[in-house]
Design a protein around this ligand. Sequence first.
Ligand code: ADP
Ligand code: MG
Length: 363
Amino acid sequence: VPAIELRGVGKTFQSSGESVAAVRELDLEIAQGEFFSLLGPSGCGKTTTMRMIAGFEEPTAGVVRLLGRDVTGVPPNRRDVNMVFQSYALFPHMSVFENVAFGLRRKGVAKREIAERVGAMLEIVDLAGRERRRPAALSGGQQQRVALARALVNRPRALLLDEPLGALDLKLRQAMQVELKRIQREVGITFVYVTHDQGEALTMSDRIAVMNDGAVEQLGTPREIYEHPATRFTAGFIGTSNLLAGEVTEVVGERAVLAYGPDGRIEVPLRGGPGVAAGERLELTVRPEKIGIGTDAPGGGLCGVRGTVTEVVYLGTSTNYNVTTATGADVVVFLQNATSADDIAVRGDGVWLSWDPRHSYAI
Ligand code: ADP
Ligand code: MG
């Protein structure tokens, strides 16, 4: 059975006479031991979703199941899940050990077992030897790991983390991302992670649900989400994407062929999606690093589009080109410097953009 299952879950708030649909008809299955992320912009319903899983909020529609059990009406402390927030609020007057031991003491766990479990947990979060410190004597990253240990020591079936690294600076955050992934692997429990930072979600997750306006836009592995954005929203939210459109001139098997400008040609695999017919308009995305730049029209079945270079930005490991196509679309191209000659094109040059049709994604 899934660790966490949401079926048609919705949450509508009533605030000052108005109703706000924070979450609409959410269907999710999170497997046991999975590192699962909810990724989306501020206000899209991530925290509300977590609070419904944790039991701080009851859905106004649908049902939440934990390990197959309907938990409607079950209070948070009886749900076998623990939540870690960005403001993790350690007890300032207690030592690291006492902070982590707090929940176990309240449950009346024997002293000896507390010492063992807290010790083992501090080992896992790499804080062994710091038991007697006060939180104020720790760095931000260390404090965050105390909060993590405090939640994990209760041995929850799942840990819910709501933007837990938001307060840390970039370098520390990146180090903690790797650390969190290691800890999750080591304790082997389900992590549900909320973030608005795509890099963070791509780094750590087994699967990601991209959320927009209270609903899931796309669900998949980091690679699937990055390489095959299924909607315009996902394409725009995750990384940089180029959006192109053209008229379908013919459909050959599973491929649509588009005319682009006076002599451009784009092929788009249809991948079993909704069919298109000749004469219809089709939109597609292509990632910037999949596009090449040349002076001649490409052969060999590649897609080719004519354009003019409007900007060249040298970035050390790559060079970025901005190109305006024959039909006025702005396209970004990232070329790795290791594999490309310098000065392939300069501002004002007429160029051909080319890519393998496999990298065209209809949206
Ligand atoms: P996120 O965590 O993705 O930023 P939230 O789940 O916090 O999003 O909020 C989703 C939407 O629900 C927002 O429009 C927010 O203003 C609204 N919302 C959240 N909690 C409440 C509440 N208690 N009462 C009224 N509206 C709320
Ligand atoms: Mg939030």
